[in-house]
Design a protein around this ligand. Structure first.
Ligand code: FES
Length: 153
């Protein structure tokens, strides 16, 4: 289905009012996996919000992504238990290994890197997840073992 058709389908669930901006953004993101740049003007027109308002809301809330996500999602926990057990260093190591920063995806869209507040496995701190799989009690050396092998750029 082409992008415009998908967008029309998403919009058909709403009335097209300013107060619907956030739910419309959520629905568009659910459909595309992120908020494609060229949907922003259409969302603005549909909801009656200005384009700058749409961009402002989309970039203010952490739930919204303006870039595509990778097929595989890597989350590094930055909750308190993980933080005190070295999560910041783990995050740096993951970033170095993948060659991207938190919030980014690899250029081939294989991997996305995010941080989360607490995964709920604090006894295993520091923890990362790769898709639904949890890896705990990580040392810096473990990072390269659990992450996928990356092709040299
Ligand atoms: S703080 Fe990391 S799992 Fe709870």
């Amino acid at each position: 289905m082409c992008e415009d058709r998908k967008l029309i389908d998403v919009f058909s669930n709403f009335k097209g009012e300013k107060g619907e901006l956030i739910p419309v953004l959520q629905a568009v993101q659910d459909e595309f996996g992120y908020l494609p740049n060229d949907t922003m003007a259409k969302i603005a027109k549909f909801t009656g919000a200005s384009e700058s308002n749409v961009f402002g809301v989309a970039s203010f809330y952490a739930q919204f992504r303006l870039t595509p996500t990778g097929k595989n999602k890597i989350n590094v926990c930055r909750g308190t238990a993980c933080h005190v057990r070295g999560a910041p260093q783990i995050l740096e190591e993951v970033e170095r290994h993948l060659g991207i920063k938190e919030g980014d995806s690899t250029p081939d869209l294989e991997y996305s890197l995010e941080t989360v507040a607490c995964i709920g496995c604090c006894a295993l701190a520091p923890v990362i997840t790769i898709n639904d799989e949890v890896f705990g009690k990580l040392s810096l050396k473990d990072v390269a073992k659990v992450l996928p092998k990356m092709e040299a750029a």
